[in-house]
Every structure is written in C-alpha cells, then in structure tokens.
Design a protein around this ligand. Structure first.
Ligand SMILES: [Zn+2]
Length: 413
C-alpha cells in the first residue's frame, strides 16, 4: 500500500532560498543491496537527481534489520530541515508513518523556517521474533550511565555507537569508548552491541547534530528491532527538557518508536542527582567519558569536564577516575550556555549548599547564572538564535540544491 503523509502543495515543496523561490528536490533514502553480511547495512541518501551518498552501519555480530523504519528515522528530519519531500524506498510501520505528522508539527514549532514535508512510503505491519529484550544506549556519559545504573535489573543489552560524536571510528577516544562499553557490559553481565557508523560524513551536510542525534539513535534502535523490544534513550536534562528544542526530547523520542519497537526517553532527573547516583555504581563512575575535545579522555577545561571536576569535589569522591585525576576544577571556566546547562549547574549549587561545601563555587554558579539570564534575554529579544538557525538552514538548502543537480542540471527524480 502506498501512502503519502502531508499535502503535497506548492507551499511545502517550494521554499525560500535566499531571494528566490525554488523547488527543493526530494530526498530519497534506501538500503543498498550490495552488502550481504547481515551485521552490516548501507543506507543511501539520494539528493534529487544528483549525488548519492552512502552511510555504513556495522555491528559486532548482531544482525541488522534492514527496516524502512530506520530509513524513515534517518530521512525525516533532514527532509524537514531542507524543505524536501522524503521518499522512503522500504516499507514503513503504519504506526510510525502516522507519527510523522506529530513529529513534523513538533519540529516546525521549534523552527519558524521549517514546514511539514510530503512523504512517499509504502506501509507494512511488523512482526518480530519472540523473546526480545530491553536495551539502553550507553556512551559513557553521566546521563546514559545513570540510566544504566537505575535500570540494570531490567536490561540485557548495552548499545554503544561509535562514530556518532565527532571522533573517527579508529581514533583513540573511539577505541576507549569501545573498550569501556565491553568492560562495563562484562561487569554487569550484559551483552554489548557496538554499532559503528560514518553517518556524520553525510548528516552534517544536511542537518545539525543537535537536531539530528535523537533520530540517529532511533534509526539504530530499529536496525536492532529483531533483538530489542524496548530501547532506552537517556534524557540529557531534567523536567526542563520539555521546554527545550533538542534532537532527543521527551516528546519526540517515543514518536520514533512503535508498539513493537518501543523507545523510552529515560531519566528526567537533575544532573547533580544523576552524578550522585553513580557514587553507588563505582564501575560506571570510573568509566565516565564526557569530553569531546580530548583524545586523552579529558581536557579538564570544557563545560562537561568542568562540571564533572566540580561534582567530584562537591560529592567528595576520593577515588577520582584516572582521566580526571590530573585536572583541578577552575571556577573561571563555569559557563552557562542555555537553560539546560543552567539547570545542571543550579542542581550542583544546591548539592553544594546541602553539604555546606564550596561557598566559592556557589557564588561562581550564581554569578554565571545571572550573566546567562541577561545574555539569554538579549539574544531572544534580538532573535539571535532564530537568525543564526535561519542562516545555517539557508546554507544547507543552497548546498543541497547544488548537490541535487543531475547531469543536465535537472533537480527532479
Ligand atoms: Zn573536556
């Protein structure tokens, strides 16, 4: 059965790109038939009548289900970002396709420059093997470590994605994450699934990682749907997350799941409370990996490292994880960049107050929060965030148009 979601009108297939109203060619996602190994899958992104970019997914042995549900998750948000019709070349679960309207409505409510797009996809009801289990995405950070620690008795699989952050799969930090996932799995008697991908080589041209990362997790979740019935995505904030546009969101993540392949956005808990929970799970605390800047494991200077260094101090952790042992917390590096980080730091301030610890830290956090609130108010009044987002979206659409041209300059399929 063929089904299209969204009304295909001039208003949603023609978007403003600069001063011109131009037709945005469709984005087509499909699986390549070239790979016979069941632990590998290659997804093709075709830009209009032009370029085709392949993205590789491979597991450490677990067969990957070449499901149109994964293609749907991979393609929908880039299509909305670009204003392009989405064509999915494998059948999609009817429930998931029906969720497209809610997903697009949410995304477009966050970005005034986006409009719902039309979708072409066949639908097919799903059946899954019996005896599937529950899993959690684990990246070594505070959030996923907390979800793992609190749900350990009801989990069987740890799913770790290599290549989702900015590091290359063969980099030292990727190898450390790989070994951490395997080591933690062994300590808790869980089965590690390691997924490697080069998705960023393609996705970064189409959409920002902040907007896209939850959809990528959801796609991997569907690739693993023959193994996992319910998959946990760790919340990256507390209850304030409902108010924040973010690629992994308590309202968005479940919509990328289905009744047969569920997604649970887990742990809307203050960051300091999550960290405190890890004091009872020293294996996870010792394996914390939060830094995106250092191949050595911790730069000691970025926002994430600074938070952990102060949290170690506030909670008086004696056995400091080795990657943080050479660094000292520096108040001058406390940077509150948005409502989520404000919530994180205020939770650490409250923890310090409760323990009568670090009056200097409490003062520094409150000073940073005041500065942030003033900056935030000004940037909103001047529409800085909206203008910045519109500029990046304009550049992506212009690049996509150039990549979509066929041999004779045609942009249609
Ligand atoms: Zn760092």
């Amino acid at each position: 059965m063929s089904r299209a979601v969204g009304k295909k009108t001039d208003s949603n297939i023609r978007q403003n790109v600069g001063d011109h109203r131009v037709k945005i060619p469709p984005l087509t996602v499909s699986f390549s038939d070239e790979v016979a190994d069941p632990s590998q899958a290659v997804v093709s992104f075709k830009f209009g009548n032009g370029q085709r970019k392949n993205v590789r997914f491979s597991s450490n042995g677990t067969p990957l289900r070449r499901s149109g549900d994964a293609l749907f998750c991979l393609g929908l948000l880039p299509a909305v970002e670009l204003g392009a019709e989405l064509i999915v070349k494998s059948a999609v679960d009817p429930q998931l396709l029906a969720n497209a309207e809610k997903i697009q409505k949410l995304i477009c409510s966050w970005n005034p420059n986006s409009r719902p797009v039309a979708i072409q996809a066949d639908t097919e009801s799903r059946s899954y093997p019996s005896g599937r289990c529950r899993g959690v995405f684990y990246s070594g950070g505070i959030d996923s470590s907390y979800s793992l620690a609190t749900e350990i008795d009801r989990l069987e699989k740890i799913v770790t994605i290599i290549g989702a952050n900015s590091s290359r799969p063969d980099s030292p930090s990727s190898e450390r994450l790989r070994q951490t996932a395997i080591g933690v799995s062994q300590r808790f008697g869980l089965d590690p699934i390691i997924i490697e991908t080069d998705i960023r080589d393609v996705s970064d041209r189409l959409i920002g990682w902040v907007e896209y990362h939850g959809a990528l997790l959801s796609a991997v979740r569907h690739l693993l749907s023959d193994e996992i019935e319910e998959q946990l995505i760790a919340a990256s904030g507390d209850e304030n997350s409902y108010l924040r546009p973010w690629g992994s969101h308590p309202l968005l993540d479940p919509l990328f799941g289905t009744s047969g392949a569920k997604i649970l956005h887990h742990g809307l808990v203050a960051r300091a409370a999550k960290f405190e929970r890890l004091l009872d799970a020293p294996v996870l605390l010792q394996h914390l990996q939060v830094c995106d800047r250092s191949e050595a494991g911790s730069c000691g200077r970025c926002d994430k490292c600074t938070f952990v260094l102060f949290a170690l101090d506030v909670f008086q952790v004696r056995d400091v994880p080795s990657v943080f042992a050479g660094h000292r917390p520096d108040r001058r590096r406390i940077n509150i960049s948005g409502p989520s980080s404000e919530s994180d730091w205020l939770s650490l301030r409250d923890a310090a107050l409760q323990r009568n610890r670090r009056a200097d830290l409490v003062e520094a956090i409150e000073k940073a929060a005041s500065k942030h609130q003033i900056n935030w108010a000004w940037k909103h009044a001047l529409h800085i965030y909206t203008l910045h987002k519109a500029y990046k979206q304009f550049k992506r659409r212009r690049r996509y148009l150039a990549d979509s041209r066929g041999p004779e300059g045609q942009t249609g399929p």
